[in-house]
Ligand binder design. Structure first.
Ligand code: S3P
Length: 739
């Protein structure tokens, strides 16, 4: 099979069959695509449009020549085609399909062949449109979409692997699922909405006033009913083929509608608002999942974003940057588990913190907001979380996943934590290993990467853990699990780590014992709701601290910034480089110190960054590298290998970007050597979807000789939703261009 092109026969040249034929034919996969359809016109059209290489006039002759047979006929016709196939020699061939129901296909195959042939793999691409017929075939229809394959216990591994490769060559992501589960899930997510759309349009069309109804129907009607334009035969067959699961889905839906009906009769605003609020949040969440991105849909609607940063400018005025990300995550987690109502102010409305917020909503916690940074969390108590209906999607948020791994390990339900592409590549062994020592049951993919599949109902026991790295996420994860564990859970960190979890636990009335670098918690306590004022994030402020330091004529004040001593490495490092930074208005809000920070332009000099400051400035290095490039002389960073496993490999991303702009920056395994003092040149850099890389290069433009284009910037919204607006207001010349 490997030396000569694979011969693929597509049976049924409709929208899906035609799109598959076209996509695979034009892919990198070496293959020859034949097509068979009962309608000879469809075959002729497919040939004419270049959708297939060759048409065949009988199923038998097509199958004889084929290595792969892709069945793409309506569900009920599938059975007839299988019957015909059973009369041919299928040895050594792969048979697969694209039908929307898998149980009925498997049953039909069992009846016809005696058992499901080991070379038959049921499949289902989750892509399509309301259009039908070969004329609607579209190359790229499956790009970025999911294809579900439903292997049976006997399906040959080579068959699974080949079908996977075919779909991947069409640009799809292939997931495996149990046959029954596929039908239950699809009944809810696809079959139910199609049947509702058909039913709604039919009901309205049967109304004597239908002329007026359709004449005045607006966008809502159009959006809701688009899929009522789909192929009736196909949907008839689906309704027949997936009867049981569809009836269950319809019953669930009817119960929901009845609930709403009663709420309207009784003018029960709480139920109505609760339903709408939950639905809106869930809809945004799904939209983000589908885009494989997180939450700030407005920023993400246009897909990928490029920043165009024009040279020069100075930074002046007063700014308040958004709320602290670390504290925002923790406020939701502890607020959700507390007894009573927690009011949060200054909450970061960035995607990462919103991912945590949504995850707790998915576990039944009633959370109002955020509205202008205000969030009200109706705590459910330590044992009040409910099992979410599906995996918890955490977008780009490493902190959410690592901290929640601890909390979720202690619940009595199973849960899966997933994330976007970047998060799916980040190491989770650092939390999973000690959690397993505590008795947690967690599965990961190879190399300890997400998704994390966590089994509930485990009894956790406290451990004494010597952390191999100075990580607040690891420490916080274990403290959160420790609240549920028997006895004491203690961690010792090899360096200073941010201590927001300890401070906030204390604020919620849960004592934490801190002795030097040992932090310990006793299991079995409870949290009491409190008020939280989230200070501005020093990690976001850092971009403007560097901006004002490097741009001549700058004088900027950043208001109400968190200056927790475990986070102020950026101030210390910049001061060592000669920056002019003064703090005023120092106060403590909700257990966290805050201050206004004034930064004036000052010539910087290169330094050896003291290693003990690394954990205190771990998120600020991308922009500190920019400061180093503007400083006279050499700056050396060591002891920061952790930067290689952040949202991107930050050492490499920055070294590559700086090299593209003509800066002498040498990446080291654990840091970077930068020879500073020259301006940045014009050029294009790739942020690799890493928010902090994107913002760091935007700052670099203040000292560049030409325009800097920064690719893949949409993820800036994970930590700094209004960055472009604030940066522009402060004096950067920054615009967003489409793709
Ligand atoms: C964080 C801890 C740090 C930091 C991250 C947020 C937290 O990570 O880089 O952005 O909120 O606990 P590590 O714990 O891995 O150092």
């Amino acid at each position: 099979m490997n030396d000569k092109p694979l011969s693929i026969l597509v049976v049924g040249l409709g929208l899906i069959g035609g799109s598959f034929a076209l996509s695979i034919k034009n892919s990198a996969f070496a293959c020859k695509v034949s097509g068979f359809d009962l309608s000879s016109e469809s075959v002729a059209e497919a040939l004419e449009q270049g959708i297939i290489d060759q048409g065949v006039d009988s199923l038998e002759s097509g199958v004889t020549q084929a290595d792969v047979v892709m069945l793409s006929v309506p569900m009920l016709a599938m059975e007839k085609v299988l019957e015909q196939l059973s009369g041919f020699d299928l040895t050594g061939k792969v048979v697969t399909d694209v039908g929307s129901c898998k149980v009925s296909l498997v049953r039909a195959a069992e009846r016809i062949f005696g058992r499901v042939p080991t070379n038959l793999l049921p499949g289902h691409p989750i892509a399509g449109s309301e259009k039908s017929g070969v004329a609607a075939a579209k190359e790229g229809l499956f790009k970025g979409h999911k294809v579900i394959i439903t292997p049976l216990p006997d399906t040959e591994p080579e068959v699974i692997s080949l079908v996977r490769k075919l779909w991947q060559a069409c640009g799809a992501e292939v997931n495996a699922m149990d046959v029954q589960r596929h039908d239950e899930v699809l009944a809810l997510t696809s079959h139910l909405p199609h049947l509702l759309a058909f039913s709604l349009v039919d009901t309205l069309a049967g109304n004597p006033e239908n002329q007026d109804i359709f004449r005045y129907a607006a966008g809502g009607f159009r959006d809701f009913t688009r899929i009522a334009g789909s192929d009736p035969v196909m949907w008839h067959d689906v309704a027949v083929g997936n009867k049981d699961a569809i009836l269950t889905a319809l019953d669930q839906f009817s119960a929901g509608v009845e609930n709403l009906r009663q709420a309207i009769i009784q003018q029960d605003s709480e139920t109505m608002l609760g339903t709408f609020e939950r639905a809106r949040a869930a809809r945004n969440h799904f939209a983000s999942m589908l885009e494989r991105r997180a939450y700030m849909t407005k920023e993400l609607e246009n897909g990928s974003q490029t920043y165009v940063a024009r040279p020069g400018g100075s930074i002046t005025g007063e700014l308040r940057v958004p709320g602290d990300k670390s504290i925002s995550h923790r406020s939701i987690m502890l607020g959700a588990l507390a007894e009573g109502v927690t009011e949060v102010e200054g909450f970061l409305e960035g995607e990462d913190a919103l991912a945590t917020l949504q995850a707790f909503r998915d576990m039944g916690v009633n959370i109002e907001g955020p509205h202008e940074g205000k969030v009200t969390i109706h705590g459910v108590g330590m044992k009040g979380l409910k099992q979410p209906v599906g995996p918890l999607y955490l977008g780009n948020a490493g902190t959410a996943m690592r901290l929640m791994a601890g909390l979720m390990s202690a619940q009595d339900f199973d849960v899966t934590l997933t994330g976007d592409h970047s998060l799916s590549g980040r190491p989770m062994g650092r939390v999973v290993n000690p959690l397993r020592d505590m008795g947690a049951s967690i599965e990961t993919t190879e190399g300890g990467r997400p998704p994390l599949v966590i089994k509930g109902g485990q009894k956790l026991k406290g451990i004494d853990y010597d952390m191999p790295m100075a990580s607040a996420q690891v420490q916080s994860c274990l403290l959160l699990a420790g609240m549920y564990a028997e006895g004491e859970t203690a961690t010792v960190a090899p360096g200073i780590v941010r201590d927001h979890t300890n401070r906030m636990l204390a604020g919620f009335g849960y004592p934490v014992a801190v002795e030097g670098s040992r932090v310990a918690i006793q299991g079995g306590g409870a949290l009491t709701a409190t008020a939280i004022d989230v200070p501005s994030d020093i990690s976001s402020a850092a971009f403007f601290m560097v901006a004002a330091s490097i741009a001549e004529g700058s004088d900027l004040t950043l208001k109400h910034v968190g200056i927790n001593p475990t986070r102020t490495g950026v101030i210390d490092i910049l001061k060592l480089m000669g920056a002019d930074i003064t703090l005023s208005n120092l106060q403590t809000v909700g257990g966290e110190p805050v201050a206004d920070i004034r930064i004036k332009y000052a010539p910087l000099k290169g330094i050896n960054i003291p290693e003990e400051l690394v954990p205190l400035a771990i998120d600020e290095f991308p922009v500190l590298f920019v400061a180093a490039a503007c400083a006279e002389g050499e700056t050396l960073l060591t002891g920061a290998e952790e930067l290689r496993v952040k949202e991107s490999d930050r050492i490499q991303s920055m070294a590559d970007g700086m090299a593209a702009l003509g800066i002498d920056a040498q990446a080291k395994p654990d840091g970077m050597l930068i020879k500073g003092g020259k301006p940045f040149g014009a050029g294009t850099v790739d942020s690799h979807g890493d928010h902090r890389i994107a913002m760091a290069f935007a700052v670099a433009s203040l000292r560049s000789e030409g325009e800097i284009r920064i690719l893949d910037c949409a993820n800036v919204a994970t930590s700094f939703p209004n960055f472009v607006k604030l940066a522009t207001r402060a004096g950067l010349n920054l615009v967003v261009s489409g793709n």
